[in-house]
Design a protein around this ligand. Structure first.
Ligand code: BES
Ligand code: MN
Ligand code: MN
Length: 462
């Protein structure tokens, strides 16, 4: 890792390394699971904890803003006259921990093993939030000022669709003016190669509910005369995709922008080791839509996946019933220019059309978001690339992510800011899964890269 251009800042970072690690571990000890109401107080505690750290760092106008859900933490520092204003975003909420028995250690008792920190949220997204916080803290401690004007927005509902963020952004639009947004909720490319993200997939999330008789029935007494809701659900699910990996919902691909020849070449040029990828996830083979490479299918093509399916008897032994109800959760990753609401309507119409007779089928929209595709030539992105190159000694890759950050589109529309997706998590950090981890090398380098980026924005190309 290259040192920062600023020796006193580098010395300060070296000196405070252990204390900074402790701060990060403290943050990881707060179980801020946004999806589960049982952890609402912990989300609030995480917001308050962050606000305290921001005040200690010397950030101003620190605020824990009520939203009707988990609070948003805001802070700013606006004394860099003539310099650009950066609006930096991250989220302090984390995903649930299930299946808990597959964790090597307790998810909220962070374990440091060599260069790895193991904990829920260690990468997604408490690492990036801490990097932002500690970059500002180190600058204020050593220079007494920041090179840019800075606003932090740390939300607590990213993992549950950011429902309260948009109204808050709209209500506070006037006091959130800026020149560039840094969304720090992404990371590096396969093989832990430094990268900047220029594309994210969108999302359509639906639940299918199938109901039959008033209550469960004896499968001998009634079997053969009534439709079984679980069988009906499986019939529906089996018709959603074809053997060619294509999604069969009529009109599903209508707005999909196919990759240009140049874009395909650029993707193909990335150092993606397909066999290492396959082996790292433990599957016997990779599958998907015909006519597309693995990497294309991973980041630039839409998907349809069951996330859960349930109903009927799952206890020990047998229980001969026709279950009264069956359910499935389905997510579709979307790409430019698919519109989540239109995709939901087409999905719903198709499910109702193929539903067998004899059951009642309902399809609910569980929320979604638009995909993001950023221009490669934006000066704010180029500045980020220079900062990454200076820090890591190699130019960053420009990558698309298969994951989603649905509010990015809203963020861009509401605040009208160019957005740079810059973050430092390792690509195989087990986000949302057991044994989530962060690489401490990435963490330390991330702080330096963020400082360099802000310096770059203040004096481009110097
Ligand atoms: N940080 C992720 C998105 C992400 C994943 C970026 C992988 C880069 C690599 C974010 O927290 C996330 O998990 N988003 C959800 C959105 C959903 C809850 C609406 C996702 O992608 O599933
Ligand atoms: Mn995240
Ligand atoms: Mn996440």
């Amino acid at each position: 890792m290259t040192l920062t251009a600023d020796p006193s800042l580098e010395a300060h970072l070296e000196e405070t390394r252990d204390a900074r690690l402790e701060t990060y571990l403290d943050f990881l000890r707060i179980p801020s699971i946004s999806a589960d109401p049982a952890y609402a107080e912990d989300c609030r505690r995480a917001a308050g904890w962050l606000a305290d750290r921001l005040r200690e760092a010397g950030m101003e106008n620190v605020e824990v803003a009520e939203t009707g859900g988990h609070p948003i933490v805001y802070a700013d520092w606006l004394h860099a006259e003539g310099a650009p204003t950066v609006v930096a975003y991250g989220h302090y909420d984390v995903q649930p921990v299930d299946p808990i028995e597959e964790w090597m250690s307790a998810p909220f008792e962070p374990l440091v093993v060599g260069e790895r920190v193991l904990a829920r949220g260690a990468s997604d997204d408490k690492s990036n939030v801490t990097i932002l916080l500690q970059a500002a803290a180190a600058l204020l401690a050593t220079r007494g000022r920041l090179p840019v004007n800075l606003r932090f927005i740390f939300e607590g509902e990213e993992e549950s669709s950011s429902v309260h963020l948009e109204p808050w952004l709209v209500a506070n639009r006037d006091r959130l003016a800026g020149d560039v947004a840094i969304v720090s909720d992404v990371g590096f490319f396969e093989g832990n190669v430094p990268a900047l993200t220029v594309g994210l997939r969108g999302m359509m999330y639906a639940q299918i509910d199938v109901s039959g008789p008033f209550q469960d029935l004896h499968s001998g007494g009634y079997g053969g005369t009534v439709e079984n809701p679980l069988n009906a659900l499986c019939t529906i699910v089996a018709a959603l995709k074809g053997p060619d990996g294509r999604i069969r919902v009529p009109g599903f691909y209508d707005e999909v922008v196919s990759l240009s020849a140049e874009e395909r070449e650029a993707l193909a040029a990335l150092p993606f080791d397909e066999e290492a990828y396959r082996a790292s996830i433990g599957v016997p083979a990779l599958i998907g839509e015909t006519g597309q490479t693995t990497l294309e299918r991973k980041v630039a093509r839409p998907t349809l996946d069951l996330n859960g399916i349930w109903g009927g008897y799952q206890g020990p032994g047998g229980k001969t019933i026709i279950p009264a109800r069956a359910h499935a959760k389905v997510s579709c990753r979307l790409v430019a220019d698919q519109d989540p609401a239109r995709i939901f309507e087409r999905f719903r119409a198709y499910v109702l059309e193929i539903a067998p007779p004899g059951v009642q089928v309902d399809v609910q929209d569980l929320g979604g978001g638009f995909p993001t595709l950023l221009p490669l030539d934006h000066p704010m992105l180029r500045a980020a690339a220079r900062a990454m190159e200076a820090t890591f000694g190699q130019p960053p890759l420009f990558i698309r992510e298969g994951g989603s950050i649905p509010f990015v589109a809203t963020f861009e529309q509401t605040l009208g800011l160019p957005t740079v997706l810059m973050g430092f998590v390792p690509p195989d950090g087990n986000f949302h899964a057991p044994n989530e981890w962060m690489d401490l090398g990435n963490f330390e380098a991330g702080i330096r890269a963020m400082v360099r980026y802000w310096d770059e924005l203040a004096s481009p190309g110097e």
